[in-house]
Ligand binder design. Structure first.
Ligand SMILES: [Fe+2]
Length: 551
């Protein structure tokens, strides 16, 4: 089957193309529209479809809309209930229902050749579950746990996939929602709701969980696979913070308390699921599964031998999950998702032509990976643009900023380049076979940066730029068989410095989506104090820009 998956209802609009069970292309609309998260998650924007990313997915697969067997939409209006019946204050939520019911009309405009008979509604949490369990690198049965802000009526699904088919074991109804709870706290702490939740996780490391007991009275599991979350008064813990105000100990303590209670609750939910399935495998999705600290606690304590998280765990991933779900129901096989690099890529000729158009002085070194290893060893900040862009919010080695991890000041330097808050950590990438020497107490391999690890004490002083205030790091392990260029760069850096670790953070500036195409990369390089841009086989050095004639 040829299935195009669409996510549009809440946030992170995205598209994915699955052909005969294989993910051919998947990408988020923000990478094309250059608007972070694609749109604001309000009912008024529910009609907006990922038109640009959907059109690109078709082009990448060499298909036209009329060639498709199905187009999925990861929200089922037949399951919708009015917000007040669900206990949610969301007075315009009925617009979502209207737009979801009318989506065939919108698709008709967005995808010329679309036939309304192609449309398949997939329940929101089934789409999340499929994105994890049907893409996970496991053979046999797979338990699946989905936690997010909300779907049609629920905020959670616990189940198991057997032979590609989902058996749901529990689903927590709204208004109880760990995702909405975390979003409320995000807004109370002065960050952007449905966007900046990871900042709360980072801030938690600076606090003490002194409000945990009072939170546990309101946020806890209920013994039947579900949980409660309502009635929390954040103002009793910390004053609401304005976006431009400094954070206080109260804010950090509130974040620490929430993070601890979230971790405890998730471990209990996963343990409940483990007791009801005989699978050693757990797949996670939903926006809450982007909380890499909680993921590590689940991996450590819930009793599963293997835990895998869909790299596009947020709503963007439901584009892929919806398509996989319909493909499997149609009889197609599934395959482990070999890479998150399912977005746009460019040929060397296209890159060189763009560099010439921009009149940039560039070189073609014998090995771009070695040139970057040398520049990093000389303490340069490097922008790295190689291969296809990645699906999901993490930079996994194809669109990255890199720096030397041995210099503590590089954290400040990178946060300055990106215009980010200084309490936010940057992450290390490390060769897979070296990771166990340096990083402990977390799953290895960890190719998608979705777990945290403790940094071994003997290494903490050697790589201070990537060690968070609590002694942890959110690592990416690099397998030389799947990422040979990144692996060569790491080897080149280690030969020069003795460190098998490099700082890796996403290639973007504050408030902007990650760089996706060549022009984005050149604009980012032009606007930031990056020393070297490695783009395809070419490098552009900041130093070489000076003295170049404008004629
Ligand atoms: Fe979701």
């Amino acid at each position: 089957m040829r299935v195009l998956g669409i996510n549009a209802i809440f946030h992170d609009p995205a598209a994915a193309l699955v052909v005969d069970g294989v993910p051919v292309a998947a990408t988020e609309e923000e990478r094309f529209s250059r608007r972070k998260h694609g749109k604001r998650p309000v009912p008024f924007s529910a009609w907006e479809l990922p038109e640009l990313s959907a059109a690109w997915c078709l082009k990448a697969g060499g298909l036209r809309a009329e060639d498709l067997d199905a187009v999925t939409y990861s929200y089922d209006p037949a399951l919708h209930r009015p917000a007040d019946e669900l206990g949610l204050f969301d007075p315009w939520d009925h617009l979502r229902l209207t737009y979801a019911e009318q989506v065939a009309g919108f698709l008709d405009t967005a995808l010329p050749g679309f036939d309304p008979a192609m449309l398949r509604y997939v329940p929101h949490h089934v789409a999340h579950a499929a994105s994890a369990a049907l893409a996970a690198p496991f053979a046999g049965d797979c338990a699946v746990l989905v936690l997010d802000g909300r779907g049609e009526q629920h905020s959670h699904l616990a189940g198991v996939y057997r032979d590609g088919h989902l058996e749901t074991l529990a689903a927590q109804g709204l208004p109880h929602s760990l995702g909405l709870l975390y979003e409320d706290a995000t807004a109370h702490l002065g960050f952007l709701r449905s966007s900046d939740e990871f900042k709360v996780m980072a801030l938690a490391s600076y606090g003490k969980p002194r409000f945990a007991d009072q939170l546990r009275e309101l946020v806890h599991v209920t013994g039947d696979g579900g949980f409660v979350t309502t009635g929390v008064e954040w103002a009793a813990m910390a004053k609401p913070r304005g976006a431009d105000e400094a954070w206080t100990d109260d804010h950090a303590d509130m974040a620490a308390s929430l993070q601890l209670v979230l971790e405890e609750t998730l471990v209990e939910l996963a343990s409940w699921l483990r007791e009801r399935t005989d699978s050693p495998n757990l797949a996670l999705a939903g926006g809450v599964a982007l909380n890499c600290v909680a993921n590590s606690r689940i991996a450590e304590r819930a009793g599963f031998a293997n835990v895998w998280v869909q790299p596009a765990a947020g709503d963007a991933g439901t584009a892929l999950g919806g398509a996989l779900s319909v493909a499997v129901d149609g009889g197609d096989p599934t395959y482990p998702m070999p890479t998150a690099a399912l977005g746009r890529g460019f040929s060397d000729d296209e890159i060189e032509a763009a560099l010439q158009t921009a009149r940039l002085p560039y070189e073609r070194p014998a090995d771009v990976a070695d040139a970057v290893g040398e520049a990093l060893a000389n303490d340069g900040v490097i922008a790295w643009f190689q291969g296809r862009s990645e699906y999901g919010p993490r930079a996994l080695g194809h669109r990255s900023l890199r720096a030397h991890p041995g210099r503590a000041e590089n954290l400040v330097r990178l946060n300055d380049v990106k215009g980010r808050e200084q309490f936010r950590p940057v992450a290390p990438m490390v060769l897979l076979e070296r990771a166990p020497d340096i990083f402990r107490r977390g799953p290895i391999p960890s190719p998608h940066m979705l777990f945290v690890h403790d940094v071994a004490p003997e290494w903490a002083d050697r790589i201070p730029a990537v060690v968070h205030v609590d002694g942890t790091a959110r690592i990416q392990t690099v397998d030389r068989t799947t990422e040979p260029t990144v692996a060569r760069m790491l080897e080149s850096f280690e030969r020069r410095t003795g460190l098998p670790v490099v700082v890796n953070t996403s290639l973007n500036t504050a408030g902007r989506p990650m760089v996706d195409d060549i022009k984005d990369a050149l604009e980012c390089f032009g606007a930031t104090p990056v020393d070297l841009l490695a783009i395809g086989p070419f490098v552009v050095r900041r130093d070489a820009l000076w003295g170049r004639s404008s004629g």
